[in-house]
Design a protein around this ligand. Structure first.
Ligand code: CP3
Length: 343
């Protein structure tokens, strides 16, 4: 059920629900046979740019799994295309940026992002997905947080150590803050555009922010993430990161109606760290979905026990579904969470 009656939106508002809602990051992806069938005919970027196809992929996990929310099918890096940095989703490698932004001079050359011109197809996908959902479950929009998007832009792709990113941050802080301002501004417009098109909640993915210690988070990231969340209006924000055990109180300070927790922190300890007066989302290790349904049940139960039936828990993984995951295991998890949390 969509609108204010949905279990997902009630949990986001910390209202009591008949059971704990569940959706999964990367619920639309390569572990799903029907997604792989679409990908056999279209490249990833073609899928994102085609609102009919992207809306269809958005609905695939809702139909197959019975999750309590849909998440827009798109990508956090689409917003970077108009910067002319040579974004490509290379086969088997993930995203590549052919002309990374590494220095103050590179940052100075960037023009502000005209969001409406850059990603009209994303807003159209939101409208079509919302129409196709017809009120069954709410639609979540999303964007990358400024730090995580900047890390791709500066590194030129995925990274383990974020050395170029940290070098820019430490050595050329003015350029860093200019870059983060530019991204924060575009991100807020991108999220508000999705909300205007029909997204009922939005998630801000700061997936790699756990690479930073608390002092660096406070100085180089928090003001920019906060600016995004202050500018977003009309829908609740889920503020997500991984490896964030030491950053959780600062992430709460930056904002969000819901704070995402990964599996490296126990859910109850993470919830206390952000404060019991805010909702949380998480936090099963995605690797558990490779194990047998009996183990999945045991581990889902452990997460629910740590949530202790307190209103304001949205069940999710601590990060996205891995592509090697058997689809029956994902379906089993959704059913298990609904069954064990029924009250
Ligand atoms: O189901 C959903 O969660 C919605 C769709 C979604 C995608 N990307 C589709 C996608 C979402 C929410 C994202 C966000 C995203 N994109 C993040 C933040 C979430 C996270 O995982 O931390 C990040 C870091 C990106 C950047 C990105 N895009 C990476 C690292 C990759 C490669 C990952 C991989 O599995 O190869 C992508 C490509 C991508 N985005 C795919 C999908 C389904 C795989 C593309 C394919 O079909 O080949």
């Amino acid at each position: 059920m969509s609108g204010s009656e949905s279990v997902f939106l009630k949990a986001v508002r910390r209202e009591p629900t008949p059971c704990t809602p569940i959706w999964l990051m990367r619920q639309a992806g390569r572990y799903l046979p029907e997604y792989r069938a679409m990908r056999a005919r279209h490249s990833f970027l073609e899928l994102c740019r085609n609102p009919d196809a992207a809306a269809e992929v958005t609905l695939q996990p809702v139909e197959r799994l019975g999750v309590d929310a849909a998440i827009l099918f798109a990508d956090i890096l689409l917003l970077l295309e108009p910067l002319g940095v040579g974004l490509e989703f290379a086969k088997g490698e993930g995203p590549v940026i052919h002309r990374p932004v590494r220095t103050a001079a590179d940052v100075a050359r960037l023009a502000p992002i005209d969001v409406d011109a850059a990603v009209p197809f994303v807003f159209e996908t939101v409208r079509r997905a919302r129409r196709a959902l017809a009120g069954r479950v709410p639609l979540i929009g999303f964007a990358g947080a400024p730090f995580t998007v900047a890390s791709y832009l500066v590194e030129g792709g995925a990274s383990r150590e974020f050395l170029h990113t940290k070098r820019l941050m430490y050595d050329e802080p003015e350029a860093w803050h200019r870059l983060m301002d530019l991204l924060a501004d575009a991100t807020a417009r991108y999220l508000n555009g999705q909300i205007a098109a029909g997204a009922e909640a939005v998630q801000l993915f700061d997936s790699w922010v756990g690479a930073l210690g608390p002092d660096d988070y406070r100085a180089y990231v928090l003001p920019h993430s906060r600016a995004v969340m202050k500018a977003v209006t009309g829908a609740p924000v889920i503020h997500f990161g991984t490896g964030t055990a030491a950053l959780l109180p600062l992430m709460r300070e930056a904002g969000g109606e819901v704070i995402g927790l990964d599996w490296r922190v126990d859910l109850d300890a993470g919830w206390r760290a952000v404060g019991l007066d805010v909702a949380v989302q998480g936090n099963l290790d995605p690797a558990v979905l490779l194990a047998s349904p009996a183990i999945i049940r045991e581990r889902a139960r452990a997460v629910l026990e740590r949530a202790a039936g307190r209103p304001g828990h949205v069940f999710n993984l601590g990060h996205g579904v891995h592509q090697a995951t058997p689809v029956e295991h994902v379906k089993a998890l959704v059913d298990i969470v609904h069954e064990l949390s029924a009250r």
